[in-house]
Design a protein around this ligand. Structure first.
Ligand SMILES: Cc1cc2nc3c(=O)[nH]c(=O)nc-3n(C[C@H](O)[C@H](O)[C@H](O)COP(=O)(O)O)c2cc1C
Length: 168
């Protein structure tokens, strides 16, 4: 698929088929994540692709959306805020780095015909404890991965004029 078609056709999917995830597609998706940029190229991330039913159930006990239970895979994006580059005022850039890598995963999955949905509405400490992720690592975002059962209409976006200003 053309890059712009991928970007425009991707949706947050909250309804999944139980079909297994194609391992070759998964390999290509992981490779796309590996090439994500990060501040000072520190790559302060790890990703877990959870296919195991028991661990997926544990994850679903922390994120309350019932729909997540149907997804055949759940991706965990782990970040280490201590090693990530610090802004001049001292704040870790971890959320930016993880956001970029996760979005590489989400767009690569879309290019492979697989669906995802960013999920951040969970207690980070609880998610770490049910998935065995230990400090300094934190689970900063998760996403289902699998074939969509239902694809919603595109949600509205702000018009370009509200977002962009060309300054010549
Ligand atoms: C950082 C971030 C966190 C999000 N967290 C959640 C979440 O916890 N649960 C959820 O159902 N959707 C979550 N979303 C998905 C957004 O609701 C969705 O991207 C937005 O409504 C636009 O829809 P679209 O992705 O289909 O274009 C999140 C998206 C982002 C970027």
């Amino acid at each position: 698929m053309d890059f712009y078609d991928v970007v425009k056709s991707r949706r947050s999917i909250r309804s999944y088929k139980s079909d297994a995830i194609d391992r070759e597609a998964l390999g290509r998706i992981c490779e796309a994540v590996r090439w994500a940029p990060s501040a000072c190229n520190i790559q302060p991330w790890m990703f877990r692709i959870v296919l195991n039913r028991e661990i997926r159930n544990n994850i679903c006990s922390v994120y309350k959306g019932e729909w997540l239970k149907k997804a055949p895979g759940i991706v965990l994006a782990l970040g280490n805020r201590d090693v990530a580059w610090k802004r001049v005022e001292g704040n870790s850039i971890i959320d930016v780095d993880i956001g970029i890598a996760m979005e590489h995963l989400i767009l690569a999955a879309a290019a492979e015909g697989l669906s995802t949905c960013w999920i951040c509405a969970f207690d980070v400490k609880k998610m770490g404890s049910v998935t065995g992720v230990l400090p300094p690592w934190e689970v900063l975002a998760i996403s289902p991965l699998g074939k969509a059962a239902q694809i919603p209409d595109a949600p509205k976006r702000k018009p370009s004029e509200e977002i962009f200003k060309i300054i010549e």
